[in-house]
Design a protein around this ligand. Sequence first.
Ligand SMILES: Nc1ncnc2c1ncn2[C@@H]1O[C@H](COP(=O)(O)OP(=O)(O)OP(=O)(O)O)[C@@H](O)[C@H]1O
Ligand SMILES: [Mg+2]
Length: 254
Amino acid sequence: MTTLQLVEVTAGFGAVTVLHGIDLDVKDGEIAGVFGLNGAGKSVTMKTIAGIVPARSGQIWFDGVDITRLDAESRVEMGMGHVPQGRQVFANLTVEENLRLGAYTLRRRDKSRYPAVLDSVYDRFPVLRERRTQKAGTMSGGQQASLAVARALVNEPRLILVDEPSAGLSPKMQGDLREVLQVVKDSGVTMVLVEQNVAFGLSLVDTANLLQTGVVVHTAPVAELDEDTLATHLGIGRVLAGATGSALTARKKR
Ligand SMILES: Nc1ncnc2c1ncn2[C@@H]1O[C@H](COP(=O)(O)OP(=O)(O)OP(=O)(O)O)[C@@H](O)[C@H]1O
Ligand SMILES: [Mg+2]
């Protein structure tokens, strides 16, 4: 079954078209990767899925419902979560206050469920429970990345859009984040993952969609991807392709 489908979606700003007809298929329970260079349109794709940037043409289907014209809040209510690029946690609010804000649609739907949901999120992120009274802005980059993901999960989404979560993290923190995202996936949440760090992304995704100037130019299950294809479509040099290549090999063995 398909959780999310984009058909020929275009979007832009003023006279500029950024998405020139995006096709994307995300199956239930999978992590779909979106990779591309700076400015390729990855974040605009995520914002268009989330309803923050309107689609100018084409269709977006979520669980079989045409949501193309639905506003962002209604998409959240339908079970979509967004972890924006740069994390955007509220630095001066505590961890718990950030989570509470994230849960606004859940609390409106059924306030009584919030404590149990918060508890289950804390079970998945023990570090956030420990630090629940700490100001988000004083936490490490990795902890803030976890908070940003947790804040999307308190609405119990079926689908989350995660935009460049590994940016700025040390290799150790990237490892922790990978585990967090794997746990989220294992709990049955479908995910679209945008990554500039292709090696990190390949360690998680089931399928890869390669984006070039607003068009998906190549889609393949990770098992069918090869380094040449990645290098061609992403224009990555040999050094990076080396790291990416080892991530690919490691991933195929799993
Ligand atoms: N609000 C906006 N107004 C005008 N142009 C925009 C706006 N948001 C994005 N763009 C343009 O759309 C294009 C794609 O931007 P987008 O943020 O999707 O890139 P990206 O692939 O996410 O890049 P990065 O890897 O740097 O995050 C860029 O040329 C950008 O300048
Ligand atoms: Mg971006």
